[in-house]
Design a binder for this molecule. Structure first.
Ligand SMILES: Cc1ncc(COP(=O)(O)O)c(C=O)c1O
Length: 471
């Protein structure tokens, strides 16, 4: 079947979206954006993304005003290129110290280290035992701000858990210096108003990244890179010009302008919060939902109510089969699932009726399992990719490892060697090992235990081989 036929077939399935993009297919969230007529190029009057002086600059300035930044850049290569650009900009500004980095950082951060040559110093993830997921990040009491190039934190996480950015910004301010606090808030572009945690820009971060397509109404691949204070002194524009397409999509640009205005005006409709609370109340005894009671535990400072992370362990059923049942019988499409958890995401296009459908689907699932219609524990996978292992020692920087000659060895023989590529179990996509790190015996054992999971970046998976550096 051709790709377009497959897309049409998927759409005919009529599943209700609890995944990205946040517009959920609602054209009214893209007012004035005409496809394909507005798929134009840099024509007279339409400005230039890489040297904006006209309508693009005006739209970026308006977005900066809406989000509380001094400068906002529209990105057409996703938050992915935002992470890469901010790290290359730090290097271009002459910064050479390590970057204190959340281990939960997205793969684009690892790519940014390859491009920039900077050295990451990772802060370990904190695994929540009920979910087996890295929902927090361990922040040291004392941070050597003076000798860092930057600090790079991921908040909110994919799962909606939020870190204490204000405390970090306060700690940094107390020590002086101009080490920028960079926050990858790809999943938090919708943080507006009293019912959401403060946005990292309000909390004092200097560089903040938003995916405009994950929860807001912009088209997929759209993102905002915001800067203030020390962030404005970095050559972000030059980095973005190097990394982004020279043919930026005006559909994406126009959708970002619309998404920023929508966020300022309404954002996530308030009625969704009430339906979410009703769903939590109805299902909280049968399923383990990440919720308000988890705030203050396992590195979780706050939560985004618009994410529903559900652990199926209390029901005794694996997440893959629950997700299959919910898709085929319940009519709802989650964002992702692993062995025991399912994540549902709302966006500005979500409607209260969607949540009522999800609630009914989950209640039906619980009922079906209770009456034995779905065998308990069937197909249950290894519960968690996450064991509390110490971070492996880094022998080379990601860039040195990228450029070094490599060879392939059987996974059984990999312990003690240096990884030649960054590999992650997905979800949650947190690296098991980064290129340049030593594959410790514990990591090698975990890697072997998890071979049947979904992987990102593992080129030798089919052969059961690890790519390592030639010694
Ligand atoms: C934390 C985080 N940062 C960055 C990205 C990349 O975002 P984009 O899809 O906009 O390139 C993702 C994507 O899932 C992410 O989860």
């Amino acid at each position: 079947m051709a790709l377009r036929e497959q897309l049409a077939a998927y759409q005919r399935g009529g599943l209700t979206s609890f995944h990205t993009p946040g517009h959920k297919g609602r054209a009214e969230l893209l007012p004035g954006v005409r496809f394909p007529a507005h798929d134009l190029t840099e024509l007279p009057g339409l400005d230039m993304l890489h040297a904006p002086e006209g309508v693009i600059l005006a739209a970026e300035r308006r977005a900066a005003e809406i989000f509380g930044a001094e400068r906002t850049y529209f990105l057409v290569n996703g938050a992915t290129c935002g992470n890469q650009a901010l790290l290359t900009a730090l290097a271009a500004a002459g910064r050479r110290g390590p970057v204190l980095t959340d281990r939960r950082a997205h793969r684009s951060v690892a790519a940014g280290f390859v491009l920039s040559g900077l050295e990451p110093r990772y802060l370990p993830a904190i695994v929540h035992p009920d979910f087996g997921l890295p929902l927090g990040c361990a922040i040291p009491e004392e941070i050597d701000w003076e000798n860092l190039s930057a600090m790079h934190i991921t908040s909110p996480s994919y799962y909606g858990t939020v870190m204490d950015i204000a405390a970090l910004a306060g700690q940094r301010a107390a020590r002086g210096g101009d080490c920028p606090l960079c926050v990858d808030a790809a999943h938090g572009a919708h943080f507006f108003g009293e019912f959401f945690p403060p946005s990292p820009l309000q909390a004092g971060a200097e560089i903040v990244l938003h995916s405009a397509h994950k929860t807001l109404g912009a088209l997929t691949q759209s993102a905002f890179l915001h800067a203030r204070g020390a962030g404005c002194r970095l050559p972000l524009a030059a980095s973005l010009e190097m990394l982004q397409s020279s043919s930026p999509s005006y559909l994406l640009l126009a959708s970002m302008e619309a998404a920023a205005e929508q966020a300022a005006r309404e954002g996530l409709p308030a009625a969704l919060r009430e339906e979410t609370a009703a769903l939590r109340a109805a299902l909280g005894d049968d399923l383990r939902l990440l919720g308000a009671g988890d705030v203050g535990t396992y590195g979780i400072k706050d939560l985004d109510w618009s994410k529903l992370l559900i652990n199926l362990r209390p029901l005794g059923i694996g997440a893959p089969e629950a997700a299959e049942w919910l898709r085929t019988r319940g009519g709802v499409e989650p964002e992702l699932w692993d062995g025991e958890n399912i994540l549902f995401m709302l966006g500005v296009g979500s409607r209260p009726a969607d949540l009522r459908l999800l609630r009914r689907a989950l209640e039906d699932l619980v009922r079906e399992v209770r009456r034995g219609a779905l065998p308990r524990g069937a197909k249950k996978q290894a519960p968690s990719a996450w064991r509390d292992l110490p971070l492996p020692p880094a022998r080379l920087t990601p860039r040195e490892a990228w450029l070094a000659p490599k060879r392939s060895v059987p996974l059984e023989a990999a312990a003690g060697l240096v990884a030649g590529e960054t590999v992650s179990v997905y979800p949650p996509g947190v690296p098991l090992i980064m290129a340049g790190e030593e594959i410790t015996p514990d990591i090698a054992e975990l890697w072997r235990d998890l071979t049947d999971r979904r992987w990102q970046g593992w080129s030798g998976r089919a052969a059961g081989a690890a790519l390592v550096l030639q010694s």
